[in-house]
Design a binder for this molecule. Structure first.
Ligand SMILES: Nc1ncnc2c1ncn2[C@@H]1O[C@H](COP(=O)(O)OP(=O)(O)OP(=O)(O)O)[C@@H](O)[C@H]1O
Ligand SMILES: [Mg+2]
Length: 290
């Protein structure tokens, strides 16, 4: 997780209202944008890793970045997080506004929870807030609220080695939530857990997202995971890394893993995305549209 220097202070409000981006899409008032990438390009050595990538994340929406290994998903996420600079193009973040200037614009959850092994769960989750100089009482409120959200209340005193892999990932998510960022950037956060735990974490993440106003950008290799979680799936191709197509996922919310998988649109969407990825793998220089 990156810990922005301006850290978080506000307690996550589990009941705060979230604008429905789908409702806003066709209406007269267009939903505000949380993240905008405009013509972002990036090279490493001689390789074009990202080629003219433009992307918009509506405030309060859940967007997934899906694509093959090496197509630049992590690089794009790191550029949005400010951990990497683009060679061309611009990133704009809506930010939390002056009234909440101690809140960070983004927080990142990585594939490995990267917890401090010698610190307790409480101290791990509190770390970013303490670094930002947030007062003790506010830290405690934020940490307890974040741990409750990920169903880890009562584990405050445990050390990471006493937790399962899934629980460690939950601590990583709680650490990001405690900062109360505008945007949550998640880079394959469930890739290292078993299939059953992954499904449980999907349902938990869906519930957290329903209860908070977070805008989420979620990186994954899994078509199914992307469909279950997202409002929008941005499919990327490799060599060079670029956006092939965006899919709107209009299946009803609130969702769970099971209800979404049983929805008639699920199989069609999965098929369409798989086709696109296969075509793009066969012809990397095409746009996958043929
Ligand atoms: N710091 C770096 N220096 C040099 N090359 C890099 C660096 N970071 C990434 N790359 C290269 O950029 C390309 C895209 O990497 P990136 O990690 O963004 O892909 P990805 O889509 O996240 O892949 P995966 O799904 O395997 O995580 C790869 O070829 C990688 O080797
Ligand atoms: Mg990656």
């Amino acid at each position: 997780m990156s810990v922005p220097e301006d850290g978080g202070r506000a307690v996550v409000d589990p009941m705060s209202a979230r604008e429905d981006p789908r409702r806003a899409a066709g209406g007269p008032s267009v939903a505000p944008t949380a993240v905008r990438c405009d013509g972002v390009s990036k090279r490493f050595g001689g390789e074009v890793v990202l080629d003219n990538v433009s992307l918009e994340i509506t405030k309060g929406s859940f967007t997934s970045l899906l694509g093959p290994s090496g197509c630049g998903k992590t690089t794009l996420l790191r550029i949005i997080a400010g951990l990497e600079t683009p060679d061309h193009g611009e990133i704009s973040l809506s930010g939390p506004g002056a009234a909440a200037s101690t809140r960070p614009s983004v927080a990142v959850v990585f594939q490995q929870a990267n917890l401090f092994p010698w610190k307790s769960v409480y101290r791990n989750v509190a770390f970013g807030l303490e670094l930002a100089g947030v007062g003790r009482d506010a830290v405690e409120r934020s940490v307890r609220s974040a741990l409750e959200m990920v169903n880890l209340a009562g584990t405050e005193k445990k050390r990471p080695y006493e937790l399962s892999g899934g629980m460690q990932q939950r601590v990583g998510i709680a650490r990001a939530l405690a900062l109360d960022p505008e945007v949550l950037l998640m880079d394959e956060p469930f890739a290292s857990v078993d299939a059953q735990t992954r499904e449980e974490l999907h349902d938990e993440l869906l519930a957290i997202w329903e209860r908070t106003s977070k805008s989420v950008l979620f990186v994954t290799h899994s078509i199914d995971e992307a469909i279950v979680l997202s409002d929008k799936i941005v499919v990327m191709g490799a060599h060079p890394g670029r956006i092939l197509r965006e899919f709107d996922v209009l299946m009803p919310r609130p969702r769970t893993e099971e209800t979404t998988r049983l929805h008639p649109e699920f199989a069609d969407m999965r098929h369409a995305i798989r086709e696109l990825l296969v075509r793009s793998a066969v012809d990397p220089s095409g746009d996958g549209a043929s």
